[in-house]
Design a protein around this ligand. Structure first.
Ligand code: C2E
Ligand code: MG
Ligand code: MG
Length: 759
């Protein structure tokens, strides 16, 4: 039902005269009324109702808004519809009448996008029912009704016409746009196809396309040239036929993964067979092209010839891993291979090496020149390689005149030693270089053992050590690694390294072994014997470290320390038991005896400890007494001049030359243990030793020397020595070496016994 409120209608409400409501393009002044002056006179001379026109336009705008989406604001559509209302009213009043304005108004509605179907419906119906009543109330129906009907019809026609036209033009625009778009796509496709062809055909790099079965679909010229085929020939081929039999492991699997769609791209360096059978190295990049649904469709391969680069790399790699002089693998390659043996070997596998060094090579080099030395190395290298040729062992030059043979075939000790024999024999053959005929030999360290118990570093260390042993044992031989020997040497090194600090930390102690007069078995002297309370190795006897101390020279400090402790103890005994006249006998190592400061040291110790010089005896071995060139030690007389006693220790184990003793200020001979041990037995050897001891004692006495027998262990020995006229004796039979306190204890007991005897 179309209804228009008429509440605002009234004659007294006169709208503003100047509102240009007939021209929608002219801005309406706010709240003002449109001007309607200058219109053609109405049929009846009447005017339309302007407030009514306003109300009608308002209502029209409201209905339009209710019909649906309106692109313009309410104020704008109201102004537009007021203009159309005025136009309609004027059309009704115009003379002569024409329905054309209705047509134009219909078009204007469509142009203003008021195209909802309800808009036309309302507009036409309101014209029929309400327009005349509200806008033209003063005119008779008979005059206006046909005109309004004609205008309504024209409005419908204008509306429909404009709407159709608009739809058509929109379709046209869409079609145009679609056409242009398609054109653009086709052009782009054509362009990209052209670009692709340009790239594919003319590319310097080889490009090939194959299906997922490996069947070649297309290749470019560069690809064909690379492999020495024509493009057409290659189009007939399956890529499998191009694979090289020496391709790295896994290459075919990579390709499989690609065509199965598990990978999208693969890049490898690989060899191809050319048509003529030769090989070409390529940098190959294969990409997978999929169907829209993701299934693998094609592979596109790009290949670049890198043969030259590859050969250069190979050459560089060879140079980096081979010795330029001999052509043998160098130490880098050797260690690579050894590392592989360890990395790939099982828990029960073994490894063996022969570490070889030429004997006296430096002398050859220095005397005959480096060129000849180089020639010799080349010859030795060739012989070593030849002697194990075909056995699969690696012969490498480690540097200088050092070579190594790696036996990694799980070889046992025997096999490794056999290789060492072969190597020695190969080197031993005389070498003819120019006019020189050289006899060469080598020393070899042989190491073999289970992989599980060693490492590369340990193996090489063992080889080094063993080679050193072979050299030390006289060269021209192989020596097999001995872990126990190495452990001993390591202990030795540890002792040497720790000895000096141990002396400062007070780890050394001095024991004293009683020496008795055989006649009455009374203690007449004690021998100072040093021990090392090692924090880890326990109590060490002097045989385990005195030799090392002599090697390092620490014996001078250590000997001075022992001398001072022994003289302090002897001084205390002398103070407490003066009647005992107990002599302390201190060992003097050869190196100590040769120390220029020795005389000063001894006199200084005597002075500090206030020990009478004749209560100190110094024991020197025969070799220590004899300085260079058979001349006796110059310090000997000066020591004797201090008043100290001098004894020859371990007599019978060295020169045993009594003649020189005549010229020396010696007081005492200490007979070495082995003689004393000999007289223990009653067999022939025992008899001989008995005679020797007898002769020695007589001679010593003839020279004015006393004789002390060492290492007396039994009553029989003691009796026999006494019977032979030996003066004194020392040994476990009487007493073992003991701490100072124990000696003091014996001296105390003896002094008490004597006091008791006197009492
Ligand atoms: P040495 O001077 O001949 O000392 C005697 C060695 O015989 C001592 O060995 C002693 O313990 C051992 N001995 C004692 N009674 C018996 C026995 O009944 N039978 C046997 N078979 N041996 C017995 P030790 O204490 O092991 O000393 C070994 C060597 O070390 C000494 O031989 C001496 O040459 C050297 N030595 C010990 N202390 C020193 C020192 O302070 N300085 C130097 N330079 N050498 C020392
Ligand atoms: Mg001694
Ligand atoms: Mg001795």
């Amino acid at each position: 039902m179309v209804s228009i409120s008429v509440t605002a209608a009234g004659g007294d409400e006169s709208p503003a005269e100047e509102s240009p409501v007939d021209d929608p393009s002219v801005e309406e002044s706010s709240g003002g009324e449109s001007a309607v002056d200058g219109w053609p006179a109405p049929v009846t001379g009447s005017e339309f109702d302007r407030p009514g026109a306003h109300r009608y336009a308002e209502c029209w705008a409201r209905e339009v808004a209710r019909c649906g989406f309106v692109a313009t604001s309410t104020a704008e559509s109201q102004r537009l519809l007021l203009a159309q209302t005025v136009r309609l009213a004027r059309a009704v009043l115009a003379e002569p009448f024409t329905p054309q304005p209705g047509y134009d108004i219909g078009r204007a509605l469509v142009d203003a996008h008021l195209t909802e179907p309800g808009v036309l419906d309302w507009s036409v119906r309101a014209l029929g029912e309400q327009f005349r009543a509200v806008v033209l109330p003063a005119l008779p129906d008979a005059t206006t009704t046909p005109r309004i009907a004609a205008l309504a019809g024209a409005l419908s026609a204008g509306f429909a016409g404009a709407l159709r036209q608009r739809t058509l033009s929109q379709q046209e625009r869409i079609a145009q746009a679609a056409w242009e778009a398609r054109d653009r796509v086709e052009r782009a496709l054509r362009d990209s196809e052209a670009r692709f062809r340009a790239v594919f055909v003319d590319a310097a790099i080889g490009i090939g396309i194959a299906d997922v079965n490996g069947q070649v679909i297309d290749v470019n010229r560069a690809f064909a040239d690379l492999l020495g085929y024509s493009v057409d020939e290659l189009r007939e081929i399956n890529v499998a036929a191009l694979f090289h039999r020496d391709d790295a492991a896994g290459m075919w699997e990579l390709y499989q993964q690609l065509i199965e769609g598990k990978q999208d791209a693969v890049r490898v360096e690989k060899r191809y067979f050319r048509k003529d059978g030769s090989a070409v190295w390529t940098d190959l990049a294969v990409s997978l092209i999929r169907h829209d649904d993701g299934r693998p469709r094609f592979t596109v391969a790009m290949v670049e010839d890198i043969t030259e680069r590859h050969e250069l790399q190979q050459r560089l790699r060879y140079q980096a891993s081979h010795d330029p002089l001999t052509g043998l693998p160098n130490r880098t390659l050797f260690f690579d291979r050894l590392g592989e043996v360890f990395a790939t070997g099982g828990p029960d596998d073994r490894v063996g090496i022969c570490f070889l060094d030429l004997d006296g090579f430096k002398a050859v080099n220095d005397s005959l020149g480096h060129d000849l030395g180089d020639n010799l190395l080349v010859t030795v290298a060739r012989r070593l390689a030849d002697c194990v040729a075909g056995q699969g062992h690696l012969v490498a030059r480690m540097g200088g005149d050092e070579f190594v043979i790696l036996i990694d075939h799980n070889a046992g000790c025997r096999a490794v030693k056999a290789v060492a024999d072969l190597a020695l024999a190969a080197v031993a053959e005389p070498v003819q270089i120019g006019e020189h005929r050289l006899s060469v030999s080598a020393s070899i360290g042989v190491v073999s053992g289970p992989l599980a118990t060693t490492s590369v570093a340990e193996l090489m260390k063992a080889a080094d050590v063993t080679l050193y042993w072979a050299k030390a044992e006289g060269r021209n031989r192989w020596v097999s690694y001995d872990p126990a020997r190495r452990a001993r040497e390591q202990t030795r090194s540890a002792l040497i390294a720790g000895m000096s600090a141990a002396l400062h930390r007070g780890e050394f102690v001095v024991d004293y072994q009683p020496i008795v007069t055989l006649a009455d078995e009374a203690i007449c002297a004690v021998e100072a014997l040093v021990r090392w309370r090692h924090p880890e190795l326990g109590l060490l006897g002097p045989d385990e470290f005195i030799g090392l101390a002599e090697e390092t020279g620490l014996i001078v400090d250590l000997g001075r320390w022992v001398l001072a402790r022994a003289c302090e103890a002897a001084s205390r005994w002398h103070r407490d038991f003066p009647e005992a006249r107990l002599v302390v006998s201190v060992n003097l190592a050869a190196r100590q005896a040769r120390d220029p400061a020795i005389v000063g040291t001894v006199s200084e110790v005597l002075r500090q400890t206030e020990l009478p010089a004749d209560l100190l005896q110094l024991e020197l071995t025969e070799s220590a007494v004899m300085a260079t060139a058979g001349e006796p030690l110059p310090a000997l007389r000066r020591l004797a001049a201090l008043g100290v006693r001098l004894a020859i220790d371990d007599f019978g184990t060295g020169y045993s030359n009594l003649a020189y003793l005549r010229r020396l200020p010696i007081h005492n001979l200490k007979l070495a243990g082995p003689f004393v041990e000999g007289i223990r037995s009653s067999d022939r050897q025992g008899l001989v030793d008995g005679r020797i001891v007898d002769a020695l004692v007589r001679l010593a006495h003839a020279l004015g020397l006393t004789v002390t027998a060492e290492a007396v262990e039994t009553l029989g020995q003691a009796d026999q020595l006494r019977a032979l006229g030996c003066d004194a004796a020392q040994g476990r039979y009487f007493a073992a070496p003991a701490p100072e306190g124990e000696i003091t204890g014996w001296l105390t007991a003896r002094a008490r016994r004597r006091r008791d005897d006197v009492a």
